[in-house]
Design a protein around this ligand. Structure first.
Ligand SMILES: NC(=O)c1ccc[n+]([C@@H]2O[C@H](COP(=O)([O-])OP(=O)(O)OC[C@H]3O[C@@H](n4cnc5c(N)ncnc54)[C@H](O)[C@@H]3O)[C@@H](O)[C@H]2O)c1
Length: 182
């Protein structure tokens, strides 16, 4: 599959760095976005240092994209205002830029923390009500609610990936439930 343009936010992070090469293979142009400086853009890449949750205009960055993979955010527990700004406001800015420019598909980074309060032995599914295990998980509930709104109201295709534990190997007991092998 070859797309014209994919935008990857949080491109300097752990998950973003791992997705950079495969996404570059899938599109003519990969637009890398992060608030920290990125490695020099390679062939077919553009790098932009941008604060996604701030007042920056994201429209020129996402205009003409086939898809946005939005990973930028606060990836763990933090003061609630920081979580809300990074995860909820940032996601809203990205979805709004997608809506305004007609980007069809947005992939959002959700988390298993959204269902972290279910008993360990219980198998959870996306149909079950959220039971977040902390304020980080609460913001991911809001992220998924924003996704639902933009899909229902504006027809965007929004995929919420409830990422488990992105680790080379399990490093704590909890990872035995959240770390997928292979
Ligand atoms: N790593 C995991 O196991 C895991 C599990 C579940 C969900 N997730 C989610 O996946 C996403 C990526 O996680 P990660 O582990 O790669 O995190 P990370 O902290 O390694 O990377 C996040 C990147 O986003 C950038 N960033 C953060 N806020 C930003 C903003 N407002 N504007 C621009 N750039 C910003 C950071 O500079 C960083 O490079 C996050 O949304 C996280 O909540 C990760």
């Amino acid at each position: 599959m070859s797309l014209r343009k994919i935008v990857l936010t949080g491109a300097a992070g752990r998950v973003g760095s791992a997705l950079r090469a495969p996404l570059r293979e899938m599109s003519a142009t990969l637009v890398l976005v992060d608030r920290v400086p990125l490695d020099v853009a390679g062939p077919g890449e553009e790098a932009h240092q941008v604060e996604v949750a701030g007042s920056a205009d994201l429209v020129p960055l996402v205009s003409g994209a086939d898809a946005i993979v939005h990973l930028a955010g606060v990836p763990d527990e933090a003061p609630f205002p920081d979580l809300v700004e990074g995860n909820v406001l940032g996601t809203h800015h990205v979805l709004e830029a997608a809506r305004r420019t007609g980007v069809r598909r947005v992939v959002l980074a959700s988390s298993n923390r959204l269902t972290g309060f279910y008993p360990t032995g219980e198998t959870v599914s996306p149909d079950m009500p959220p039971r977040p295990d902390g304020l980080y998980g609460v913001t991911k509930v809001a992220v998924e609610a924003l996704a639902r709104l933009y899909a229902d109201k504006f027809g965007l295709e929004v995929v919420c990936l409830r990422i488990g534990s992105f680790e080379i190997e399990p490093s704590e007991p909890r990872h035995l439930a959240t770390w997928p092998p292979g």
